[in-house]
Design a protein around this ligand. Structure first.
Ligand SMILES: Nc1ncnc2c1ncn2[C@@H]1O[C@H](COP(=O)(O)OP(=O)(O)O)[C@@H](O)[C@H]1O
Ligand SMILES: [Mg+2]
Length: 265
């Protein structure tokens, strides 16, 4: 099991809930606090890779070589313009998922790979693909904290139930699994928080999450900011493009929480 870095997975089986956005922008905020940060792009769609300014098609070797061919992770990690380090992805990674199926260590392939670099970082942020396939499960299996971005639709509660079941299955299979760190309710284009009943309160979702997960689960809201898309287009974390945007301020607060939790053990 890798040691050293705090490992946070951004996971949810639905696409488009704000996993990649949250992973990258929190990475940018942590890096700006002087922390050594690695983003691991486990999604064959490679949005975290392109979102850090790296073209997946020309990045060279990526996580496919690591997971399918056993290449050391340190050999594929790149330093991106913002200073955040990246283990890049590409469409090939979908093939690694198929190869992993027949391996006895299929749930621990990423954990083993991270052992090579974990001591170099304070934070390792894992951008999970949607679905509940092996790439997603590998992210959960290696994480010690789980951030669950949910979109502001009305199905947030149902999706938390499925995630809870999945974590139970994983714990049964591996004896480990992440602690649910927080739910991030990411605003949709209209800036509404529908899962919160259209109101400002996160109480309903928080209560539901508490019932499902059997304990208090903090909920943070990430407001809509048009600069999010601009930052992704420019291949930079949001704080480098629009530090004062509402979304960035939300990610700064999350970074403060993580770094102070860090200091206080
Ligand atoms: N806070 C936000 N403000 C504006 N747009 C956002 C915000 N969060 C996410 N988006 C946009 O929503 C879309 C889906 O987000 P993304 O992070 O790619 O989701 P996922 O990784 O879960 O599929 C992207 O186009 C992204 O730019
Ligand atoms: Mg994504």
């Amino acid at each position: 099991m890798p040691t050293g870095a705090r490992r946070i997975a951004f996971a949810h089986h639905k696409g488009g809930t704000g996993k990649t956005t949250s992973c990258l922008n929190l990475a940018g905020c942590l890096q700006a606090r002087g922390r050594r940060v690695l983003v691991v792009d486990m999604d064959p769609q490679a949005h975290a890779t392109s979102g850090l300014g790296i073209d997946p098609a020309t990045a060279g070797e990526n996580l496919y070589s690591v997971l399918a061919e056993g290449r050391p992770l340190s050999q594929v990690v790149l330093e991106t313009e913002s200073g955040v380090h990246l283990a890049p992805s590409s469409l090939d990674l979908a093939g690694a998922e198929v190869l992993l199926q027949s391996r006895p260590d299929r749930l621990q392939a990423l954990a083993r790979a991270l052992g090579d670099v974990a001591s170099r970082y304070e934070f390792i942020l894992l951008d999970s693909p949607p679905g509940s396939g092996l790439l997603m499960l590998n992210c959960l299996a290696v994480a010690d904290l789980l951030a669950v971005p949910v979109d502001s639709g009305v199905f947030a509660r149902e999706s938390l139930k499925s995630l809870h079941l999945l974590l139970g299955d994983l714990r049964e299979a591996t004896g480990a699994g992440p602690r649910l760190w927080r739910i991030l309710v990411v605003a949709n284009r209209r800036g509404l928080f529908e899962s919160l009943g259209g109101g400002a309160s996160t109480n309903g979702l928080q209560r539901d999450a508490g019932t499902i997960f059997g304990g208090a689960v903090p909920v943070s809201r990430i407001p809509y900011s048009s600069a999010v898309v601009e930052a992704q287009r420019r291949g930079l974390p949001l704080r480098r493009v629009s530090p004062g945007s509402a979304a960035n301020r939300a990610y700064e607060r999350l970074a403060d929480m993580l770094t102070s939790e860090d200091r206080h053990g």
